[in-house]
Design a protein around this ligand. Sequence first.
Ligand code: IMP
Ligand code: MG
Length: 200
Amino acid sequence: MSDIATVLFTEKEIRQRVRELGEEITGDYAGRFPVLVTVLKGAVLFLADLFREVDLPLRVDFMSISPYGRDSEEAGGVVRIMKDLDQDIGGEHVLVVEDIVDTGLTLSYLLTTLWARQPLSIEVCTLLDKSVRRIPNVDIRYRGFDCPDEFVVGYGLDHAERYRNIPAILAVEDRSDLGERGEAFDDVMAASATERPVGS
Ligand code: IMP
Ligand code: MG
């Protein structure tokens, strides 16, 4: 076990849950052609696994956004679009694929932006829902796991752009232990291979 990070969701648990979400989405969207809109970069691993579990002729598209300020709370959720979608979503069924919804400020702003393009519908699928920190009310149709109010890394989620390639999702007690250049990578990687401690 590592002092720095503890496993919240193992690789196996993630795989299983993603499969269930894929089946649910396949059923709900039967007969339709959804566009999966993914926000770079955290959600790319989730998207890659999820969309292979959805048995429909779907499209994927990507957006990159960045908060005006250090984080979404400072920015009040107002974000700058760094890379916009390649395709028009007017008249389409949109499914937004997110890695984590924390305060929900970013997502809420994004949804307003997407609704202005007149899609037929928008739903949200997030791998992690850190609902205790939620500020605006956002409707989340599909959620992988409820996430405790802790800082998490792995399976796409980063600290200073590192740790995204850790296969499990881990909670980090003190973010500064992670370093700015991924100094604790070996430790976190080793911890990711362990099972969750019994009783937690
Ligand atoms: P929100 O606007 O507060 O919901 O911010 C969501 C964004 O903050 C996510 O898309 C992540 O990029 C980032 N974020 C929030 N919580 C965590 C975390 O625990 N680990 C890594 N990134 C996080
Ligand atoms: Mg993100």
